[in-house]
Design a protein around this ligand. Structure first.
Ligand code: ATP
Length: 343
C-alpha cells in the first residue's frame, strides 16, 4: 500500500545542512498498522509527511497504492491525497465550525449532496462515540474527544490510508489507550492501512504489526513487532523496549536495601524476561529444583504479539549455595538476572 524507496531530504538552516532523511526505504502492506519510532529530531515527521508529499523528498520514490506520487500532476496528486487521511498531535480542527460542521467540511468540498452529508456525518459521529456532541464546538471538547472528531473527519472521504503524526502524544494514558483502541477498530473494520509515528514504545506495542526505528534520518531496524521485541539488534531499540517497562523497587524495600549482606537479610533480584526467555513456569520450577522461595515484590510482564517480555523483582529466601545455583539456572533459561542488593 505504501512503498518508500531511497528517500533523501536535507533542510538548510542558515549555512548549515540538516539531513532529515538519509536513504530511507520501507514497505507497508495493505491492512497493516506500521509504526515508526524515534527520538525528537530523528526525522519522523519529515518521513510521514513525505507519504502524502506535504514534504517533497529531494530524491527517492513515494509509491502509494501502486502510483508514484512524485510523477503525478497537481490535479492527480490532489485526487490521490483524498485516499490518504492524516491526523495530528494537535488535532487541527476548525474552531468556527461545530463538531458536525468539522466532519461535513471535507464532504462539502467533495460536492456531496446535503442530505447524504447529514447521513454520513451522523454515521461517523456514532462510530467515534461523539453523536451527542454534534452541535457543540471543538473548544468545549476534551483532548480525546477532539482526536475522535479529527478521526471522524478524516474517515469522511473513505481513505485507504491513515497517517497518524504523534496522534496520542498530547493525551493522558487512559485517553491514549481509548484512541489506540479506536484506531485498531477502524483498521480492522474498514481494512484501512495505518502508518503512525511515535516516540513511545507503548504505542507500538499496543497496536502495531510492524515497526521501524529511525535515528538521525536513517532507519536502523525494521521488522514485525514480535521479531523486534524478541531480538532487538541495536542499543537504541533495546532502550525503547525498556522504556515500555516501568518497574521500580517500591519505597518500602528501597529504604531497607543494602549493597552488602547483613544479618537476616535476603537477596533482592531483578529478573528480565526477553523474547529469548523460555516460556514456562520458571519461578515455580526454580523454587522446586533448588528449595528456594521467591516472594514477588513487583512485576510487569507484557506481550508484543506472541513475545513475552518484562521485569520481575523478587525477594529470595533459602540457602545461599542453592540461590547461586538457581541464578545460574535462570541464565540458562535466558532470563537476565541482576542482584539489586539485600533487604
Ligand atoms: N522545515 C524545516 N526546516 C529546517 N529544518 C527542519 C525542518 N523540518 C525539520 N527540520 C530538521 O530536520 C530534522 C528532523 O526533523 P523532524 O521534525 O522530522 O524530526 P522528528 O523525529 O519528527 O522530531 P519531533 O519528535 O521532535 O517532532 C531535525 O533536525 C529538524 O530540525
Amino acid at each position: 500500500m505504501i512503498i518508500l524507496k531511497n528517500l533523501n531530504k536535507d533542510f538548510h538552516q542558515k549555512n548549515k545542512k540538516v539531513t532529515a532523511l538519509a536513504n530511507v526505504s520501507l514497505e507497508v502492506k495493505p491492512g497493516k498498522i506500521f509504526g515508526i519510532i524515534g527520538a525528537s529530531g530523528a526525522g519522523k515527521s519529515t518521513l510521514i509527511r513525505c507519504v502524502n508529499l506535504l514534504e517533497v523528498p529531494d530524491s527517492g520514490e513515494v509509491i502509494v497504492d501502486g502510483r508514484n506520487l512524485m510523477t503525478l500532476s497537481s490535479g492527480e496528486l490532489s485526487k490521490a491525497r483524498r485516499e490518504i487521511g492524516m491526523i495530528f498531535q494537535h488535532f487541527n480542527l476548525l474552531s468556527s465550525r461545530t463538531v458536525s460542521g468539522n466532519v461535513a467540511f471535507p464532504l462539502e468540498l467533495a460536492g456531496m449532496p446535503k442530505r447524504d452529508i447529514a447521513i454520513r456525518v451522523s454515521e461517523l459521529l456514532s462510530l467515534v462515540g461523539l453523536a451527542e456532541k454534534a452541535t457543540d464546538y471543538p473548544a468545549t471538547l476534551s483532548g480525546g474527544q477532539k482526536q475522535r472528531l479529527a478521526i471522524a473527519r478524516t474517515l469522511a472521504c473513505n481513505p485507504k490510508i491513515l497517517l497518524c503524526d504523534e496522534a496520542t502524544s498530547a493525551l493522558d494514558p487512559a485517553t491514549t489507550k481509548s484512541i489506540l483502541e479506536l484506531l485498531k477498530d477502524i483498521n480492522r473494520r474498514f481494512n484501512i492501512t495505518i502508518l503512525l509515528i511515535t516516540h513511545e514504545m507503548d504505542v507500538v506495542k499496543s497496536i502495531c504489526d510492524e515497526v521501524a526505528v529511525i535515528s538521525e534520518g536513517k532507519l536502523v531496524e525494521q521488522g514485525t513487532v514480535s521479531e523486534i521485541f524478541a531480538h532487538p539488534k541495536t542499543e537504541l531499540t533495546s532502550a525503547f523496549i525498556k522504556s515500555a517497562i516501568k518497574v521500580t523497587v517500591p519505597d518500602f524495600y528501597r529504604d531497607r536495601l543494602h549493597q552488602e549482606k547483613v544479618a537476616d537479610s535476603n537477596p533482592l533480584l531483578k529478573l528480565g524476561f526477553t523474547g529469548d526467555t523460555t516460556d514456562s513456569a520458571v519461578i515455580s520450577e526454580a523454587s522446586q529444583r533448588f528449595a528456594i522461595k521467591y516472594n514477588i515484590i513487583t512485576a510487569q510482564i507484557e506481550y508484543a504479539g506472541a513475545v513475552k517480555f518484562g521485569v520481575m523483582i523478587v525477594e529470595v529466601t533459602g540457602a545461599s549455595d542453592q540461590h547461586e545455583q538457581a541464578m545460574n539456572w535462570f541464565k540458562t533459561q535466558h532470563i537476565i538476572v541482576e542482584e539489586l542488593g539485600y533487604v
